[in-house]
Design a binder for this molecule. Structure first.
Ligand SMILES: Nc1ncnc2c1ncn2[C@@H]1O[C@H](COP(=O)(O)OP(=O)(O)OP(=O)(O)O)[C@@H](O)[C@H]1O
Ligand SMILES: [Mg+2]
Length: 352
């Protein structure tokens, strides 16, 4: 009975991507975590369009199949939120007392957040980055309520309970801090997905800046399809062939080169924007993950334009797995798809 009680409280990380939906289940101990289950299912076609959930029923059905695949009795979900309905902004305000801070923040948010204040969920985090005694740095997080409610509806409709709604970028940062520890290096994390690149800058376990950059692997696929007049399916095949060094028409390579430059430029703009918001230190490196991090040459191109060295983000640096349950080959396969899901699965039920 007791074990049922405990297991029912354990959480599942749910990362709903435009290309694939991922579920991660961990067994968490004191400061340790072991992979217990991973589920992956292609996102139903047309169910996420332009970064928005267009077909909630299709997403629900996919979540139900993942739960069945995991054979889990857990009911509690931590889900990631992403996209243009979410805004994160660092502001500096005169230092005020903790008990009036929330009111002050609400007032400040009206000036900084371009959404109707009544229509958003607002959270704030006091950063330890301020160098002046009179000012405090605050990270404002605003999410459009309909976006949050739609996710909660989908999850509760699957007979699950939505206990944590987190930003995907924060989950990425959480996964990094768990695996790499808190340190003073300013590190940029990039999860290059299909339609979005989750981008977070982290130092000492704090998110200094984050943004969902609306580019990813699908940008390449769409460019090939448009430039060469082939279907999206064919374009995806040509892209994957090119990135695995197979022979492809030279036109494909030309498109990929141009798209690499424009996608890298979008990401570089975010690096620059972070610089403009008052960096506490130069970025020492970036860690790259996500399905589209498999694009050979892309990370090195980013290094060339940003000047920051790159490494592969390893979500299994400290997260353990049993080699009896999961082969190393399997872990290598899922490694680029796990970071956000692991960051979510590490959350506790009472985290907001
Ligand atoms: N080996 C590979 N080389 C290059 N690209 C790849 C490779 N494998 C997968 N991709 C690309 O990775 C993308 C999917 O990655 P991922 O599953 O991380 O996206 P997602 O999380 O579903 O999307 P998003 O985060 O944008 O919502 C697709 O665009 C796919 O073409
Ligand atoms: Mg993703």
């Amino acid at each position: 009975m007791l074990s049922w009680f405990f297991s029912s409280k354990k959480i599942i990380g749910l990362d709903i991507g435009a290309s694939a939906i991922k579920m991660v289940q961990l067994d968490a101990g004191k400061g340790s975590a072991t992979l217990n289950g991973f589920g992956f299912i292609p996102t139903p076609p047309q169910s996420i369009v332009g970064g928005e959930i267009a077909d909630p029923t299709a997403i629900s059905n996919a979540i139900k199949s993942l739960i069945a695949e995991l054979k889990t009795s857990r009911k509690s979900i931590a889900v990631g939120l992403w996209g243009s309905g979410v805004i994160v902004k660092k502001i500096s305000i005169p230092r005020v007392d903790e008990n009036v801070l929330a009111d002050q923040i609400k007032w400040e948010a009206e000036q900084y957040i371009p959404f109707d204040i009544k229509e958003i969920s607002l959270e704030h985090y006091v950063l330890k980055t301020s160098t002046s005694a009179e000012m405090m740095d605050i990270l404002l997080v605003a999410a459009k309520k309909p976006l949050v409610f739609r996710l909660i509806d989908i999850i509760t409709g699957c007979d699950l309970s939505c206990d944590v709604v987190d930003l995907s970028t924060f989950a990425l940062a959480n996964c990094y801090t768990f695996n790499y520890g808190k340190n003073s290096d300013v590190v940029a994390l990039l999860d290059v997905g299909a339609q979005i690149t989750n981008f977070a800058i982290v130092q000492d376990g704090q998110v200094l800046f984050c943004r969902d950059v609306p580019v990813g692997g699908f940008t390449f696929t769409a460019d090939i399809s448009r430039e060469m007049g082939v279907s999206l399916e064919e374009a995806e095949g040509l892209k994957l062939a090119a990135f695995s060094n197979q022979q492809v028409p030279s036109e494909v390579s030309n498109v990929l080169k141009n798209t690499t430059e424009s996608v890298a430029e979008e990401i570089q703009n975010s690096f620059n924007f972070f610089g403009a918001t008052g960096a506490t230190g130069a970025i020492s490196k970036f860690l790259i993950t996500g399905g589209a991090s498999g694009m050979s040459g892309f990370a090195d191109y980013l290094t060339q334009v940003t000047g920051a060295p790159n490494e592969i983000f390893d979500p299994f640096m400290r997260v353990k797995y049993s080699t009896r349950k999961f082969s190393r080959e399997y872990i290598d396969q899922i490694r680029p798809y796990c970071a956000v899901g692991i960051g979510l699965a590490l959350r506790k039920k009472d985290d907001s």
